[in-house]
Design a binder for this molecule. Structure first.
Ligand code: SF4
Length: 307
């Protein structure tokens, strides 16, 4: 995609309509939860079945804040989308997030003004990284932080929040995902691409168009990673997602979710309960049939929270 995609918001492609869920649908899955199972079945269990709380890390909260600023940045007229404007949005967006999620204020001890100021400065620094890889004055995203969904295999609803969707005048789609984490990229890139392909599959199934570009924007390193899928690949990916879901169902029926240790364990909140680290998981919770629309297994992660 050579030219920056621009959408005429009056006449261009419109937001995808969320189709009614067919009565055949009996389960749902989000890219974050699917990626959990792929990464480590026990991690999936802890998050989606036991629903164990996780205290967000500073990096995750910074990711949420930076995503919020980038989302609001595009509310401004194109010419006003400058690094200064983005910097000016950091504190108000932080205040908004803390009002909506008061638990975030516990990230810093009371009176730790220096800690909070350093945190806000680090978010502003990531935004500077953003401006070195993109000029938002040349973009009019078609979607921002949009919840998209599709039904695959007649019975599985897949859905998730994409950070941004750009639509070129010729209808070409570009899915953009902002990455703000400081963890080594190689440890997370496969997971990030898996999630982007998930969005590509949803868009292909709902719009009939294979996205031309799946773009990861690494703000810390100020780098861009582009990937172009094709229909055959998405077809294979769809089979993978369905197979993954069947494996999850089987593991649930057997109450058998095994740990799969990897470098990602360093970022896992549940080491104390993990047999690979000498822990014991809690008793398997007893649950009735889940509603696909409210099932925790498909609860999409908020933008930026899955860094
Ligand atoms: S510590 Fe590692 S192996 Fe254990 S649940 Fe977490 S990710 Fe899985």
């Amino acid at each position: 995609m050579t030219a920056e995609p621009v959408i005429d918001t009056q006449h261009g492609p419109t937001a995808p309509e969320v189709p009614p869920v067919p009565p055949t649908v009996r389960a749902s899955l989000s890219p974050s939860r699917a990626a959990d199972f792929k990464t480590c079945p026990l991690l999936y269990r802890f998050r989606s079945i036991d629903r164990l709380p996780e205290r967000p890390t500073v990096e995750q909260v910074r990711g949420t804040l930076v995503h919020a600023v980038l989302e609001r940045l595009f509310d401004l007229p194109a010419a006003a989308r400058t690094p200064e404007s983005a910097g000016d949005l950091v504190a108000p967006q932080w205040d908004r997030l803390v009002t909506e999620q008061p638990e975030l204020s516990t990230l810093f001890a009371e009176g730790d003004t220096a800690g909070l100021e350093g945190f806000l400065r680090s978010a502003a620094a990531l935004l500077e990284g953003y401006f070195t890889v993109e000029d938002p004055r040349r973009l009019e995203p078609a979607e921002r932080e949009a919840l998209i969904s599709a039904v695959v295999d007649d019975e599985l609803l897949i859905r998730g929040y994409l950070d941004r969707l750009d639509v070129a005048p010729d209808g070409a789609l570009r899915v953009v995902d902002y990455k703000t984490g400081g963890a080594p990229r190689e440890a997370f890139e496969a997971r990030a691409l898996f999630q982007l392909k998930f969005y590509a599959l949803v868009l292909w199934r709902t719009r009939g168009v294979v996205p031309r570009v799946l773009r990861l924007l690494y703000l810390k390193d100020a780098e861009v990673c582009d990937y172009s899928p094709d229909a055959d690949e998405l077809l294979r990916f769809e089979r993978t997602v369905v197979a993954l879901w069947r494996a999850i169902e089987q593991a649930t029926a057997r109450q058998d979710f095994r740990p799969r240790p990897s470098r990602l364990c360093d970022w896992c909140s549940h080491q104390a309960l993990c047999p690979s680290f000498g822990g014991t998981p809690p008793p398997f919770p007893v649950a009735g049939p889940a509603d696909p629309l409210t099932d925790a297994r498909s609860r999409p992660a908020a933008p930026g929270a899955d860094e």
